[in-house]
Design a protein around this ligand. Sequence first.
Ligand code: 1HE
Length: 267
Amino acid sequence: MSRIEDLSLNHITVTVDEDAIATVTLDRADKRNALNAASVEDLIAIFSLLPRAGVRAAVLRAEGPHFCAGLDLVEHHAEDRRPEDFMHICLRWHEAFNKMEYGGVPVIAALKGAVVGGGLELASAAHVRVADAGTYFALPEGQRGLFTGGGATIRVADLVGKARMIDMMLTGRVYQGQEAVDLGLAQYLADDTEAKAYEIARAAASNPPLSNFAICSAISHMQNMSALDAAYAESVVAGIVNTQPDSRGRLAAFADKSAARVRPTSG
Ligand code: 1HE
């Protein structure tokens, strides 16, 4: 399997434009894009393939007014799963989100409406999140008699801190819009989240793919290492990335003063 058009998908679609920007769409709006087992398999198939299909960046978006309502609670109820069944479900969620986070392709999430429970776990596996004023974030697991199982204890705690995550889970506290951005749940607030996500994706796609691979996998890996090992791994990655043929022209342009300089955003 190496062609995106050959993927057999259930609830998520994927297209790639002429600039090698992929659009991954949660396409189960009638169920608020709740993630059933089949949707998670779609995510695994898509994000396993994108890095090998020449894709330079991906925008993750959703049909309907909400980004994602998290775990499919109706399926979960109907399946009446045993502990070991749900443990294996969680391992598939981890597989999907690890493919996103560690795959080396920048993933930009265009958020809206509810980004809750497993929906926030999905969003937090993207590299950049864009919210609008109406986007709201919550972890209603406590109220549902559940616990996070898709990596929130790692990724959401990383974004907002342990104490805030515990409060969100205990009380169902909702963060929205600018306040959510201020806390780190998203990096951008925009009126048109999709337009902003594509702008970010195109900017990222103009970097050499090897640089993006390092940015979108090495940093996450290094966070799992001791400081000593991370520093060593950083030197190895930088040794490869910083001597790549693709960067020679960019360095030459800086040296001959034809490359753009880094300037402050105003003035
Ligand atoms: C669903 C789901 C779902 C909607 N599983 N079917 N997540 C939650 O606790 C969030 C649950 N959902 C909601 O709170 C609301 O649905 C929303 C705020 C997202 C949207 O509200 P609304 O008024 O637009 O829609 P609705 O009327 O509640 O739902 C519309 C349909 O979507 C309805 O189906 P229908 O067949 O009756 O039309 C709902 O059943 C369906 N739907 N959300 C299944 N989540 C790895 S562990 C992760 C643990 C968690 O994620 S816990 C958090 C779960």
